[in-house]
Design a protein around this ligand. Structure first.
Ligand SMILES: *Cc1c(COP(=O)(O)O)cnc(C)c1O
Length: 395
């Protein structure tokens, strides 16, 4: 590994994956894996889904890239699908989750400064949140580890504890432009936001003329059992962001907003070269269409309920398991000690899972996952947790 020409930014698992289809992956030794991480909530339709592959291949024969200085029917189609199936009225396409959140922050500030003529700029986010790795989005992120060594950070961000309404009310002031949050804090440990809290946040936003931004980058695209996780709540955001599951594996992000925010972005105010190019939009449109045609959010809701039930049936009572929580097919097993060894052992036995913070095993199967695959995964997890409980007691 020392001869790698790459920056050592990732602590990589000792596995080289070379092929994927549906829920299965194969490494360069021919070993098969059951994929319960989906490239981190990206391959929500499974690996190389036929409908998306066909759309990509057919677009490859037509036109790969065109500048955003020209009309782009694929981009219009993908945006229409998103707008017709959400509370949003307009979409801006970019290339990643961080960029989508960056666009959301820019839109919120510009809305106040250019449309309403107010100098509001501050964004309030929550402890343990994760919003990306650009300078603005790592500043928005409520975790110190992503900020280490990157000072000075941009101004205009404040953090408060999740579910602490008093702290939030105190943080809101005449400079507040927006409150931004994930509805399941995914990287932060798979922590679902309580419905009552979100309702109070929305009310606070309305009372103070503050925008509500929901980061749906991990929770969106059917992952939690609805197309977008805000649909579980009686609340609509002013702005929300998507990325991971949006294109089945092609790099894409999207920032979506309600009608009143549209005038805040005028020609020249925001742009990106690769945002929404024909090839990427072909994959996005096919992903959304497949998701809707096959009712994948509903499947995810059912499969998620089954997974949660099986995990609770087989893991409850194990000494190191503290809590099993989540929404749809975004589930965390909170343990009372670091889970890195359990995860390495699961990988050895052919189940790919990923941590969410040091003590949570995170499960993110694709939305077409079968009961048999769930049973297989739960049995492996139960075996490993049981063996580790006896062989390696936590001290
Ligand atoms: C992954 C993620 C991001 C960042 O997305 P990138 O595509 O890695 O920039 C932001 N917010 C949430 C909730 C995420 O899960």
């Amino acid at each position: 590994m020392s001869e790698s020409a790459l920056f050592p930014t990732y602590a990589r698992f000792p596995i080289t994956l070379v092929k994927g289809k549906g829920s299965r992956l194969w490494d360069d030794q021919g070993k098969e894996y059951l994929d319960f991480m989906s490239g981190l909530a990206v391959t929500n339709l499974g690996h190389s889904p036929d409908a998306v592959k066909e759309a990509l291949v057919s677009q490859l024969d037509q036109l790969w890239h065109v500048s955003n200085l020209f009309h782009n029917p694929n981009q219009e189609k993908a945006a229409r699908l998103l707008v017709d199936n959400s509370c949003a009225d307009a979409v801006f396409f970019c290339n990643s989750g961080a960029e989508a959140n960056e666009a959301a922050i820019k839109l919120a500030r510009r809305y106040y400064q250019k449309v309403l003529g107010e100098q509001r700029f501050e964004i309030i986010t929550f402890n343990q949140s994760f919003h990306g790795r650009t300078l603005a989005t790592l500043t928005a992120t409520g975790q110190e580890k992503v900020k280490d060594g990157f000072l000075p950070l941009p101004e205009g961000f404040r953090h408060v504890p999740l579910h602490d309404m008093d702290a939030l009310e105190e943080a809101v002031n005449e400079n507040t432009a927006a409150i931004m949050l994930e509805l399941v804090q995914a990287e932060g440990g798979v922590i679902p936001v309580e419905a009552d809290f979100l309702r109070q946040v929305r009310e606070l936003c309305d009372r103070h003329g503050v925008l509500l931004i929901i980061d749906e980058i991990q929770t969106g695209m059917g992952r939690t059992g609805k197309l977008f996780s805000y649909e579980h709540y009686d609340v609509e955001p002013d702005i929300f962001t998507l990325a991971k599951g949006l294109g089945s594996g092609v790099p894409v992000g999207a920032m979506l907003a309600k009608a009143h925010l549209i005038p805040a972005f005028t020609p020249g105010s925001h742009a990106t070269t690769f945002g929404g190019t024909p090839i990427i939009m072909a994959a996005v449109a096919a992903t959304i269409e497949t998701m809707l045609e096959q009712k994948l959010p509903e499947r995810a809701e059912e499969a998620g309920a089954y997974l949660l039930r099986q995990l609770r049936a087989k893991l409850t009572g194990l000494p190191q398991v503290k809590q099993i929580r989540g929404s749809g097919l975004l589930i965390g097993i909170l343990c009372n000690a670091p889970v890195a060894e359990h995860i390495a052992e699961l990988h050895k036995r052919g189940l790919l899972v990923v941590p969410a913070g040091p003590e949570v095993i995170r499960l993110l199967p694709n939305l077409l996952v079968t009961k048999d695959e769930i049973d297989e995964a739960v049995d492996l997890i139960a075996d490993v947790l049981k063996e580790h409980a006896t062989v390696k007691p936590v001290n």
